[in-house]
Design a protein around this ligand. Structure first.
Ligand code: ADP
Ligand code: MG
Length: 334
């Protein structure tokens, strides 16, 4: 047992967003996983929301980086600096180091997992533990993970889509593909460049995805076009173009199909008992990608299994990671 005043925190260290859960308080911080650094000396200039506002707008002396890529640490030192900032911000000026639970994608290597644990310790944890992301997502989505019944969760984040079936407190089968929100943004940038000769940034692409991105070609036709600004590739000058819902749907269709194929493949390799449970209870979507318009309907149509979106899909992994802190004593003994 931990003494009074000792803090336990759960961190969802995502490719796109970092969310911190403090035991007894719930979610206290949600910020983009972005760090702005000086290009010369690597000095940290801003972290989180403030750093994200700088993406694509930095002068030569500043660089905005995302230290997590495809769900794993791509830049160790920057990740440590970012976590240190978030842990301090989440806990305020309390004394004592926290025990920290961090989620990791399934299928990462032992070295990648080790790096997460080390980074968390260096960032100020008394000790660090990891939980598999889809498992945390399922807990956060309120699925009966401990029961002898199969559940399926599909977590669509920035870097990866993780699909897993869970029963009796463990992951039965899982798949992780490096196809998620970031790739959808890239596809939109590529499409707009090709069709309109217009160069747009990551933030504009993301805005298009949120506003008029739909997984359904039919539904996309009903969405009102959006005027966006970018640089004309021919004249080199800033210009405005109207992009339609159908444009965005065409841009992302192939990527969306890959996500759906991953769900199908995971279903196919599931035991008949668990598949039957999933057909009964449905598939639950978590992560920011779950908010893509009509995605749940399209997955349901293609898999013939009911699909629901978890409440607050962006928070599920953090909530599940935080709730699993209750078992930290059990986990510590492992
Ligand atoms: P991660 O766990 O990798 O940090 P998140 O679960 O926080 O990822 O989800 C971030 C992703 O969700 C981003 O790619 C973002 O663009 C996407 N996203 C957030 N809101 C929406 C929305 N309304 N429609 C489509 N995608 C969204
Ligand atoms: Mg995530």
């Amino acid at each position: 047992m931990f003494g009074l005043g000792e803090k336990n925190i759960g961190i969802d260290l995502g490719t796109a967003n970092t969310i911190v859960y403090v035991d007894g308080k719930g979610i206290v911080l949600r910020e983009p996983s972005v760090v702005a650094k000086g290009t010369k000396d690597g000095e940290i200039i801003a972290v989180g929301e403030e750093a994200r506002a700088m993406i694509g707008r930095t002068p030569g002396s500043i660089q905005a980086v995302r230290p997590m890529k495809d769900g794993v640490i791509a830049d160790y030192d920057t990740t440590v600096a970012m976590m240190k900032y978030f842990i301090e911000k989440a806990l305020g000026h309390t004394s004592g180091k926290p025990y920290v639970m961090v989620c990791v994608p399934t299928g990462i290597t032992a070295v990648e997992k080790r790096a997460v644990i080390d980074a968390t310790r260096v960032a100020g944890a008394r000790d660090a533990y990891v939980i598999e992301e889809p498992f945390a997502a399922a807990i956060g989505a309120g699925l009966p993970v401990m029961d002898p019944t199969g559940s399926m969760v599909v977590d669509i984040g920035g870097g990866t889509t993780d699909v897993a079936t869970i029963s009796l407190g463990g992951i039965v089968s899982s798949r992780s593909v490096r196809m998620a929100g970031d790739k959808l943004n890239d596809s939109i940038i590529g499409y707009v460049r090709q069709k309109y000769n217009l160069l747009i940034g990551e933030r504009t692409a993301e805005q298009l995805k949120w506003d008029i991105g739909s997984a359904s070609a039919e539904a996309a036709k009903e969405l009102s076009p959006v005027a966006i600004r970018g640089r004309d590739l021919v004249s080199g000058l800033p210009t405005t173009v109207e992009v339609t819902g159908s444009d965005v749907n065409s841009a992302i269709a192939e990527s969306v199909e890959e996500i759906i194929e991953t769900v199908k493949e995971t279903l196919e390799e599931t035991s008949p008992e668990i598949a039957a449970d999933v057909i009964d209870h449905g598939i639950v979507l978590t992560g920011g990608g779950a908010l893509l318009k009509n995605l749940s309907e399209v997955i349901a149509e293609e898999t013939q299994v009911p699909v629901t979106i978890a409440n607050d899909p962006l928070d599920c992994v953090a909530v599940g990671t935080g709730e699993s802190l209750k078992n930290i004593n059990v986990i510590k003994k492992k």
